[in-house]
Design a protein around this ligand. Structure first.
Ligand SMILES: [Zn+2]
Length: 576
């Protein structure tokens, strides 16, 4: 395929709005190619979008669907010969997830939290999501074996367990949610901060986080630890955020990337002593990220309208349901973690919601380096992912922000810095936040850029960067980003002007990390005992088998890489 004459933004390769032709051969970007030509003359061209944190598959998502029969009516779409039926808005069905991302020019999305014991279900749903390449992050933050290894200060065994857990779940990276809180929640309690003791294990969240970060780097995983802070969603929690970030300053990254990625930062950038004096600490958090380079974050942007909150932070969801008098689902996953689901509506005249909305924008606009702060709504916690074009229009246009500020609760003016912010993002910032940045943060070397050998994932938008002014023409920007002129996935044209033309299956990334045999043997003896005594299922029925993943993309890490392959030559070359 040849894509002619587009204005290309490929910041990972130092291309900032150059007119050029792109060639795709064998599904990858090439120096030349023969085949069908697409006319992109003068139009905005970027790599396919990458979402590094979205809840798109697994039991939480399905529980959300069950709890919200009303939601299905909000998202029904007319069918075409290619598409299967689509339903749902905040928790769309699998087909709608694939088509809607593709329609916006996205080609990759990662599920942000799966317990190992439920990973088979997660993969069954990921398999049903058309078009997208996918992966799933595996929960480790309240897992008994993790807590024991941390208590015993046995990092080698912890690394062996992480490697085994990733293989068992066919997972891509280490997700930590309210570390220790999931275990405490089994007793109706929570951990209150970094140095509170987890019941029965005599360890603290600080020890869990630091140990998992070190184990992550011992294994040389492509992604860093991916952390949902303790005290998330509570007034005054920005101090916990900064304390935790400070804790990780000393950990050495094994690759050229962050040591920790912070999930949905907006929910942990809160000041105040309670909901009455609740205020933004977005500026303090952005300032911290401007002064440090060991951490990255995604926004977790809140937008007004319906959402379905779902998280492994079980006690948080209980608190949400009490506060809002809302429906509530709760789960305790045997030895592994907890979770909860609460549907809600964010209102623009609600003081807390309006301040939350402003904090997401502050974080993006006040963090100077867009490589440190990537786009998410923590779908569907802050808003459904189909609202990314609205967020981008807000980031690119101060007049649009002023229009919105005039319609939201007036406390945004006194309790946030948003009205004073003049910055308007440009297309390079947006290309970093929505593709190059998430790909680099996840360690996906063939995604998020258009260099030779990269995946042939390209988005062409009905916008002429040379003619439009996003500050003034924000409505055009929003409309064009919602329906890409062309979305190309692996060299196949999958969407045109919002219409799905074909729906090839995507690949699933997972990480196979090798560890020393002695550590693996120690671990397995312990696990066999745990399964015999405590788990409700046998170890042989626990692992996700290869048959569950029809198009795997296995990334090797750990010992097997250190002894042989050069795991990061491509990343290093680009960095240089
Ligand atoms: Zn999330």
């Amino acid at each position: 395929m040849i894509i002619r004459g587009g204005i290309v933004y490929d910041p990972a390769n130092g291309i900032y709005g150059e007119e050029m032709d792109l060639f795709i051969e064998g599904g990858r970007i090439a120096e030349e190619a023969a085949g069908p030509e697409l006319d992109a003359s003068g139009l905005l061209v970027m790599p396919g979008g990458v979402d590094a944190h979205s809840h798109i598959a697994g039991t939480k998502v399905n529980t959300g669907r069950i709890m919200r029969p009303d939601d299905s009516r909000m998202g029904t779409e007319p069918r075409n010969p290619v598409c299967r039926p689509c339903t749902g808005y905040t928790v769309p069905n699998c087909y709608a997830i694939g088509y809607r991302y593709a329609r916006m020019g996205y080609t990759t999305a990662f599920e942000a939290a799966t317990p190992i014991i439920n990973a088979r279900h997660t993969h069954e749903e990921l398999e049903e999501i058309p078009i997208l390449d996918k992966g799933a992050l595996t929960l480790f933050g309240s897992n008994w074996t993790v807590l024991e290894c941390v208590r015993d200060k046995d990092l080698a065994k912890l690394a062996a367990y992480v490697a085994w857990g990733l293989r068992a779940s066919r997972g891509y990276g280490v997700k930590i949610v309210n570390p220790g809180g999931g275990e405490a929640w089994g007793f109706g309690a929570n951990v209150k901060g970094l140095y509170d003791t987890v019941p029965n294990f005599d360890v603290t969240p600080a020890e869990i986080i630091e140990s998992l970060a070190k184990a992550n780097e011992m294994l040389g995983l492509p992604h860093s630890i991916h952390l949902h802070f303790n005290n998330l969603g509570k007034p005054g929690n920005y101090t916990t955020a900064i304390e935790t970030l400070d804790l990780l300053k000393g950990v050495q990254a094994s690759r050229m990337r962050q040591v920790v990625h912070i999930a949905h930062m907006q929910f942990s950038a809160y000041g105040g002593t309670g909901w009455k004096d609740f205020e933004s600490k977005g500026p303090a958090i952005a300032d911290y990220f401007n002064r440090h380079s060991h951490a990255t974050m995604d926004l977790g942007m809140v937008l007004f309208g319906p959402a379905t909150t779902m998280t492994a932070d079980g006690p948080l969801e209980y608190a949400n349901s009490r506060l809002l008098h809302a429906k509530w689902a709760n789960c305790d996953y045997e030895l592994e973690d907890s979770s909860g689901v609460v549907p809600l509506v964010y209102g623009r005249k609600m003081p807390i919601n309006a301040i939350q909305w402003a904090i997401g924008l502050e974080l993006a606009l006040m963090t100077k380096d867009p490589w440190k702060v990537i786009m998410t709504t923590d779908h569907p916690n802050g808003a459904p992912f189909v609202n990314y074009p609205e967020v981008i229009a807000l980031l690119m246009s101060r007049p649009k922000r002023e229009e919105e500020i005039a319609t939201v609760h007036e406390l945004v003016k006194s309790r946030t810095a948003l009205p004073t912010l003049e910055r308007e993002m440009d297309w390079t910032d947006i290309a970093v936040m929505t593709r190059a940045g998430p790909a680099r943060i996840l360690g996906l070397e063939d995604k998020g850029h258009l260099g030779k050998g990269a995946d042939g994932d390209v988005a062409v938008y009905n916008l002429r960067p040379d003619e439009i002014d996003p500050s003034r023409d924000h409505a055009l920007v929003k409309a064009a980003l919602a329906k890409a002129r062309y979305t190309i996935k692996g060299g196949t044209l999958v969407a045109r002007d919002g219409e799905i033309l074909s729906a090839p299956p995507g690949r699933t990334y997972w990480v196979d990390a090798g560890v020393a045999e002695a550590d693996a043997n120690r671990l397995m003896a312990d696990l066999k005992d745990k399964f015999d005594r405590y788990y409700s299922i046998q170890i042989s029925n626990y692992m996700v088998q290869d048959a569950y993943i029809s198009h795997p993309n296995v990334i090797r890490a750990g010992l097997q890489v250190r002894e042989g392959e050069d795991r990061s030559s491509h990343a290093l070359a680009r960095e240089a």
